[in-house]
Write a protein that binds this ligand. Sequence first.
Ligand code: COA
Length: 239
Amino acid sequence: MNAPLVFLHGSGDNKRIWRFQIEQSGQALDLPGHGERADTLSADALIPEYAQAVYQIIQDELKLERPIIVGHSLGGAIALMMALDYGDELGGLILLGTGARLRVHPALLAEALEAPERAQRHLVEAALVPEHIPAFAEAILQEQGTPKAGVFYRDLQACNMFDIIPRLHEITVPTLILCGREDKLTPPKYSQFLAEKLTGVKQEVVLHVIPDAGHYVMREQGENVNEAIADWLAANLHS
Ligand code: COA
């Protein structure tokens, strides 16, 4: 299906985290300071600045009409902010392992500042269902590479400061929500909350809590995620 999907990765990741999704449809982009993209954000940038940067990349490089923003974790926060700031120009939202408020544990924030590589490993391991660590952790860490100075900390700090709970009703774009049942970093409760509070969306807000998956649901259950996205697109692109 040729849908205008734009995939946004989470903290410390880059576009490679989506490689099983973009085989099916869409394009993934590196956020500023990640993967191959130069850093254009200030050291204290928050989610609105990330959202503006992504909006500009979509305008200047991807040149897509009514993009559907697919966001994981930090990327989901950016997607939600884009729906608030540029909602009229979006075709929809697909949110994975995210929430309307994303507080980060202070110990993880401190470690991200002092020892980013170690913090990145801790986060990846906490993100996966323990039985999935042998199969996925090293591959994800290798794809992430060495974090650029300050960028991983900025990602987490932007999440930590993010809270659009009072504004969720303002979002009107069609939305699909996916979450790993065993996600400890953004538990299913956060996704359930989104599904209940997105009261401004006219279409049914579809929520799938996917078994045997943690925070990296798109890798731990890649086929199920792709199927859920394809089904939702088939129902929504033609309605
Ligand atoms: N959607 C719905 N409910 C939410 C929410 C969201 N996005 N974010 C928080 N809440 C709820 C919590 O479940 C909690 O409910 P409870 O009082 O019924 O238990 C309440 O709001 C307050 O939670 P929180 O804002 O997280 O503050 P806290 O002081 O209880 O905990 C932390 C702060 C940092 C200890 C906690 O958020 C945590 O352990 N976070 C670690 C997860 C992490 O680092 N994730 C990385 C994301 S990139």
